[in-house]
Write a protein of this length. Structure first.
Length: 328
C-alpha cells in the first residue's frame, strides 16, 4: 500500500467505525476485511473499537465434522432473534489453496438469515491456522462486538481433535456430538470434556442418542471440579427441525448468567486479552527476527560457530544485540 492510499484509508477509519457502530453491514464487512488482510490501518481500527469492546457474549461452537454445527448455528441464531438479540456469526471454514478464502461459505448454509439486518454472517478461511479458528478471529470478534451484536457466535472448522482453541476465545463453549459417530471415545481423545460449558447431542432422533447422552453425562460426572464450579449440562437436539434448540439456548443463557455472577467472566476475558496481546507481540518479534535472521550477519555467525570461534548461545546473543541496535 502506498503512503497516499494509506493516508486516504486512515481518514476513512473513523467513518467506518461510526457506521459499524450503527450496524451498517458494509462497514462491518470492510473492517473485518482489514483485519483479515492485516492492513496497516489495523492498529487504528482496534484503537477506535477499544471503548466498545466487551459488551457481546461470545459463544463458541465446535464439534467433529458431521455433527451438524452449521445447522445448529442456524437454529440457534433463529432462537436468539426471536428473543430480540442482534447476532454476529463468524464461521471459520477450510481455506482455498488458491485464494486463501473460505471454501464452504456459511452465507449459503445459513440463508434463512440472509435478509435480516440484525444478523451478520461472515465466513473466514482458516488459512492454515490450526485449532479450528483463523488467526484474525479475536479481532473480528471485536468488530462485531463494537457493531452492537448482543451475541457473537464463532463456529469452528470442524477438523476433530485439535478443536480446542475456541475455548480460549469464547465466553461459553458449546460442544456438539451426534450418536453413531464414536463420540464417547472422541470426546475423551480430543479433551472436549475439559473445554465444554454446554454439550448438545444433536440428531437425537437417531438410534443411540440416549446412550450417547448417558455416556457423556457419566464422563462429565467423573471429572474433578472444585466446589461451586459450573457443571456442564447435556441437551438433546434435532437442529434440522428445531427440537430442543430453545432448551439449548436456555442453558447457554444460564451459563452466561453464572459467568457474570461468579466473576468467571472477568477472569476468562482477562486471560483472553493476555493471549491476544502475547500473540501480537510474538508476531512482531517473528517479523523482526525475519529481518535479523535473513542477512549475511547470520551466515557469518554460523561460520564462526562451525569454526569453533564462538558457541551458539553467544552467537545468538550477538545477533540479538545487533538487531536491537539496528534502526527501525
Amino acid at each position: 500500500m502506498t503512503s497516499g492510499v494509506a493516508r486516504r484509508g486512515a481518514h476513512a477509519v473513523p467513518d467506518l467505525v461510526a457506521r459499524a457502530r450503527q450496524g451498517d453491514p458494509a462497514a462491518v464487512a470492510r473492517l473485518i476485511s482489514l483485519v483479515e488482510d492485516a492492513s496497516p490501518l489495523l492498529r487504528e481500527v482496534m484503537a477506535a473499537l477499544g471503548p466498545d469492546a466487551g459488551r457481546a457474549h461470545v459463544l463458541g461452537i465446535t464439534g467433529a465434522p458431521g455433527v451438524g454445527k452449521s445447522t445448529s448455528t442456524n437454529a440457534l441464531v433463529a432462537a436468539m432473534r426471536r428473543a430480540g438479540k442482534r447476532v454476529g456469526v463468524l464461521a471459520i471454514d477450510p481455506s482455498s489453496p488458491f485464494s486463501g478464502g473460505a471454501l464452504l461459505g456459511d452465507r449459503v448454509r445459513m440463508g434463512d438469515h440472509a435478509l435480516d439486518r440484525d444478523v451478520y454472517i461472515r465466513s473466514m478461511g482458516a488459512r492454515g491456522h490450526l485449532g479450528g479458528l483463523a488467526w484474525s478471529t479475536p479481532q473480528a470478534v471485536r468488530v462485531l462486538d463494537a457493531a452492537g451484536c448482543d451475541v457473537v457466535v464463532v463456529e469452528t472448522v470442524g477438523v476433530g481433535q485439535s478443536e480446542v482453541e475456541v475455548a480460549g476465545l469464547a465466553d461459553t463453549t458449546l460442544v456438539l456430538l451426534a450418536p453413531g459417530m464414536g463420540d464417547g471415545i472422541q470426546a475423551a481423545k480430543a479433551g472436549i470434556l475439559e473445554i465444554g460449558d454446554v454439550y448438545a447431542v444433536n440428531k437425537a432422533d437417531r438410534e443411540g442418542a440416549d446412550r450417547t447422552r448417558r455416556e457423556l453425562r457419566t464422563m462429565l460426572a467423573m471429572a474433578e471440579r472444585r466446589d461451586g464450579a459450573w457443571r456442564p449440562p447435556v441437551v438433546q437436539t434435532v437442529a434440522s427441525t428445531g427440537a430442543g434448540i430453545e432448551d439449548l439456548l436456555a442453558e447457554v443463557d444460564r451459563h452466561a448468567a453464572w459467568l457474570r455472577e461468579s466473576g468467571e467472566l472477568a477472569r476468562r476475558r482477562t486471560l483472553r486479552a493476555r493471549r491476544e496481546v502475547e500473540a501480537i507481540a510474538l508476531a512482531a518479534l517473528r517479523e523482526r527476527w525475519g529481518r535479523a535472521g535473513s542477512g549475511a550477519d547470520l551466515d557469518a555467525l554460523a561460520g564462526r560457530v562451525v569454526a569453533g570461534e564462538v558457541d551458539p548461545y553467544a552467537a545468538a546473543d550477538e545477533l540479538l544485540d545487533d538487531e536491537r541496535r539496528a534502526p527501525g
